[in-house]
Write a protein that binds this ligand. Structure first.
Ligand code: SAM
Length: 285
């Protein structure tokens, strides 16, 4: 059963810092050398309250709605999906979209601040009561119960895992929570193009806020550190692992997914260097 937002404290798992401490903390913490921060646990220190409050400026719900269109909804409906677990709820954009479309959605995330914001966004946008669960992907089955027709992990979230072991663990947890014919949808930035030929995002799809810049601050094969600058000049950073497209496809296959289709900026055909984002649609059957 999904827990309510009131249960956030009690569901914090091993490796997750104390919830009250996190909610109170407003500053991002990267320590003396931010380029050394390459840990899967660090995301909870990056999505601090002040950044979460600004996240919706960054992603601009209305523009995102327009640019995504019905891509994810169509993918799910085409497979007869009813129940969906949104494992990277963030501020709730996709969870709200799924509820609007009549799906039976549960909203999980490892960041209590994100879940609190998602819950309030659900009420604001359409009066939806989100069923939120505080859960880290690596221990998903411990905190979320039941089986789902689909799992979505969107908004370049999988990139927060820094070790292959963590990626395999998370994918295995997703696989286990899907019904025998379930589907997993994961999207990611086109890091191949950033690593191989530099950054050239047209800011068209996800990070569509007009006065917000999202750009790489540092890139190597093991770290993509992005800087987000807001109109009030505030700056935030995210340290992420630059996933190569074919590497993610291989991991999904090795975990057991039978068929993986990868779209580029929502299109079936594309030249590898062009899309800003790749979307992997992986079927279990
Ligand atoms: N899907 C949302 C969107 O598109 O706006 C949020 C995207 S945000 C880039 C990434 C989200 O993944 C954050 O809310 C973060 O807390 C969550 N996250 C990162 N690593 C996680 C993990 N190991 N377990 C659970 N959630 C995680």
């Amino acid at each position: 059963m999904a827990k309510s937002v009131d249960d956030l404290d009690s569901s914090a798992g091993s490796g997750t810092p104390d919830t009250a401490d996190l909610v109170a903390r407003e500053e991002q913490v990267f320590g003396e050398n931010p380029l050394d921060v390459r840990e899967s646990d660090h995301y909870t220190h990056e999505y601090v309250g002040s950044f979460v409050e600004k996240w919706d400026e960054l992603i601009d719900w209305k523009k995102r709605y327009e640019s995504e269109g019905s891509f994810f909804i169509d993918q799910l409906k085409a497979r007869g999906v009813r129940s969906v677990l949104d494992v990277a709820t963030g501020t709730g954009f996709h969870s709200v979209r799924l509820l609007e479309e009549g799906f039976d959605a549960v909203s999980a995330d490892g960041s209590p601040q994100m879940l609190a914001k998602a819950f309030s966004n659900g009420l604001t946008y359409g009066g939806h009561i989100l069923r939120v669960v505080h859960a880290d992907w690596r221990w998903l089955n411990r905190d979320v119960h039941g089986e789902y027709d689909a799992i979505v992990c969107l908004g370049n979230s999988f990139t927060h895992l820094f070790s292959e072991r963590d990626r395999r663990k998370a994918l295995a947890e997703f696989y286990a929570m899907l019904k025998h014919d379930g589907v997993l949808i994961i999207d990611q930035r086109n890091y191949d193009s950033i690593l191989d030929s530099g950054f050239s995002s047209k800011h068209t799809y996800y990070y569509a806020g007009e006065d917000v810049s999202a750009e790489p601050d540092y890139i190597d094969e093991g770290l993509a550190r992005f800087k987000y600058t807001f109109p009030d000049k505030s700056e935030f950073f995210l340290n992420m692992y630059p996933l190569r497209k074919n590497y993610v496809r291989r991991l999904m296959r090795e975990v057991g997914f039978q068929r993986i289709d990868t779209y580029g900026d929502f299109q079936e055909t594309y030249h590898d260097a062009e899309p800003d984002f790749f979307i992997h649609v992986a079927e279990k059957k």
